[in-house]
Design a protein around this ligand. Structure first.
Ligand code: RUQ
Ligand code: CUA
Length: 672
């Protein structure tokens, strides 16, 4: 996210007059925009109303920011349907706590249970959303994930070497050939000595762009190659499409290559760049053997829905193309003032750069850019990369659009919609003549926006959702931290109309939305128990067992409405490491069972029908430990429980386990 704090304001030497900005800030801080309270009238309310029992028309996938998760809403109701854990552990689902899911969060730094998740991108075929997968980026420990939209679960995570602050990610090509990931923080390459003075930034720091290939049938990710680029901050990106298919566009700031006080030092130049990358050309160089193998370390984690287990592999090599050697891969297009959003219209002809400190929005033409390259209309070079003359690539500028432009989406009807963080508004403008057509306030300080399919060739532009950084007075107060907020606008007419506010999970950044029909009918309802190949599965109560291996005890158990089997376990000794391998025998939709045991220091398990999940539990001291189902699964859910007896270390109580067995009435004493 971008924040505009006071120290920046002091140092802005930008085209916007400081006075105008101060006014905007004051306005923003002190007055509520007109109509703030009355924006939603009954007509608007009816538009967002989805009657009880009726389905929403769209899925909205919203990044969780510092929650590391993705949330799924229905639109237009704004109803929260699910939170999908991706980069952060989630005790609710046991994600990152169960033995099966722990490897998903493995990295070259070991187990990393949290991240900052900003951007999402749905897979596409021919530039249209195909509803198969959604990709997610992790900023902090650079990773890209793939979530399977038949299960709404994270299927794969790949770490990115030579990267830091993986922000310009995970943007995809129109047939999902590649997911890209550009480093926001340039750093010394992983195989170089990173132990260098920070002040040697200009000599030692580089920016890497990763091109992750995606398997056509199975979606499997692999780092096909990386481009080694100058040490700038790659911020955001979008691929070309249609006429510009084969190209990628990355916004970059800090072309000053500052290593301290970036708020001042990275805002010196009048223009930074949008870097155009010819990835088809890069592929040719790769085929011609121009890549250099670099020794690195990164994790590749895959979740297998047959054994319901993730595996993590550490990979040790990546192929790098150096863009300063290979002249015709990259071109710099000057873009005013620290560009953030980099968005390509549905035809692929227009590239919108949002300079967050600029007073205008430049729109570049792909055709003109191609001509400029052919004519060598350059203004010198930037570290060996040709700099195209600004005017030569420019389609035109949107004048006086607002303050603090960040992101743009499109409606496929020739219009673009840009968010303005500082002036808190969404502005609709026409791509052809760059005229502002409409503006609506946001409450407040909007970052990203989303139109269903708004960055594809075929937007489905009924709604626009604004994701705001600050809620202020919109909801009931909840202590020092207030809910972040999304706002839904009807954009089917000429004027945008606010119809709903709804709170979000974590801090939302980019989001994606798609007609529900593209995904709805593909949902997996349960996992087939016959196909469960987890090594600890019990496919029926007859095969459950408790096995001691030294101080490890494996409990292969089952659950079905409304009991566990076994539900009485004895012979565990203090100090034992107990592994509960719980198989849910249900073969019906929406019947998960939970598993929790007293004193567990991690989380519960939430086991889907047909699945096996494992909880590791240390028997700390002797005593009686109830376990129970946490998910209200039937009228007899409260009966779904059991006991585990822990004897002192060295005890000779033998391992025993049973279901439905009680001692004869006369024998009421416990055996020793
Ligand atoms: S970035 S607004 Cu990742 Cu714009 Cu959040
Ligand atoms: Cu199973 Cu409650």
């Amino acid at each position: 996210m971008i924040t505009f704090k006071k120290p920046i304001m002091k140092n802005l030497k930008i085209a916007v007059s400081a006075a105008a900005l101060v006014c905007a800030i004051l306005l923003f801080n002190s007055c509520r925009p007109k109509n703030a309270g009355s924006a939603v009238n009954s007509d608007a309310a009816a538009k967002a109303y989805v009657a009880p029992g009726k389905y929403d028309e769209f899925y909205n996938f919203v990044s969780g920011g510092f929650s590391g998760q993705m949330s799924v809403y229905g639109l237009p109701s704004g109803r929260l349907l699910k939170v999908v854990p991706i980069f952060s552990v989630d005790p609710e689902k046991g994600y990152g706590y169960s033995e099966e899911t722990k490897p998903m969060l493995n990295t070259s730094h070991g187990f990393v249970p949290w991240d900052d998740q900003h951007h999402l991108e749905l897979s596409q075929t021919n530039g249209e959303i195909d509803g198969r997968w959604i990709f997610a980026n992790a900023n902090n420990t650079p990773r890209v994930a793939r979530v399977d939209l038949t299960t709404f679960r994270t299927a794969e995570i790949i770490e990115l070497p030579n990267s830091a602050g993986n922000h310009s990610s995970p943007f995809i090509t129109e047939n999902t050939e590649y997911v890209v990931a550009g480093t926001r923080f340039s750093v010394p390459p992983d195989d170089a000595n990173g132990d260098v003075p920070i002040s040697t930034y200009k000599q030692n720091f580089k920016g890497y762009l990763s091109f992750i290939s995606v398997g056509k049938a199975d979606g499997k990710m692999d780092i096909a190659f990386q481009l080694r680029c100058p040490g700038v901050n790659f911020d955001l990106s979008h691929s070309g499409k249609g006429v510009s298919n084969g190209w990628f566009f990355f916004s970059c700031y800090n072309s000053e290559q500052a290593n301290t006080l970036l708020e001042v030092n990275a805002s010196q130049r009048d223009k930074d760049f949008i870097m155009a990358v010819n990835w088809k050309k890069a592929e040719e160089y790769l085929k011609a053997g121009k890549g250099r193998k670099q020794a690195v370390k990164y994790a590749h984690n895959v979740y297998d829905e047959k054994n319901h287990t993730a595996t993590s592999e550490i990979r040790t090599e990546v192929t790098v193309l150096d863009v300063s050697d290979l002249k015709d891969i990259c071109y710099m297009i000057p873009c005013p003032k620290s560009p953030h959003g980099c968005d390509v219209d549905p035809t692929g002809e227009y590239i919108v750069g949002s300079g967050k400190l600029a007073a205008l929005v430049p729109v570049f033409s792909f055709t003109k850019m191609q001509k400029a390259i052919a004519d060598k209309a350059y203004d010198g070079d930037y570290e060996g990369i040709p700099v195209i003359k600004y005017e030569a690539a420019l389609h035109g500028e949107v004048k006086k659009p607002g303050l603090g432009p960040l992101h743009t989406e499109f409606d496929g009807r020739g219009n673009a919609y840009t968010t303005f963080f500082v002036s808190s508004e969404v502005v609709k403008w026409s791509i052809a003549d760059l005229k502002v057509l409409d503006r609506v306030p946001t409450y407040y300080s909007v970052g990203h926006l989303c139109i269903p399919g708004g960055d594809t060739k075929k937007p489905n532009a009924k709604y626009l959702i604004a994701y705001n950084k600050i809620t202020k007075d919109r909801y009931l107060p909840t202590g020092p931290e207030l809910a972040q907020s999304a706002q839904l606008y009807d954009i089917s007419g000429e004027k945008m109309q606010l119809i709903l506010d709804f709170p979000t999970i974590g801090e939302p950044h980019y989001a994606q939305a798609v007609a529900a029909s593209v995904i709805r009918d593909k949902s997996v309802k349960f996992f087939k128990i016959d196909e469960n190949s987890n090594p600890y599965v019990s496919k029926g109560e007859g095969t459950t067992k408790v096995v001691r291996e030294g101080n490890k005890v494996h409990v292969n158990m089952t659950c079905i409405r409304s009991h566990f089997s076994p539900d009485n376990i004895e012979g565990i000794r203090a100090g034992d490491e107990v592994y509960f391998h719980v198989t849910n025998l249900e073969q019906d939709w929406d019947v998960p069972h939970g598993f929790a045991i007293k004193g567990a220091d991690n989380a519960e398990l939430l086991i889907m029908p047909g699945e096996t999940q494992t909880l590791k539990w240390i028997a700390e001291k002797s005593g009686m430990y109830p376990f129970y189902c946490t998910d209200f699964c039937s009228a007899l859910h409260q009966e779904m429980s059991g006991y585990l007896r822990v004897s002192p270390a060295g005890s000779n109580v033998p391992i025993s386990f049973s279901t439905g067995k009680t001692a004869p009435k006369t024998d009421s004493t416990a055996t020793k």
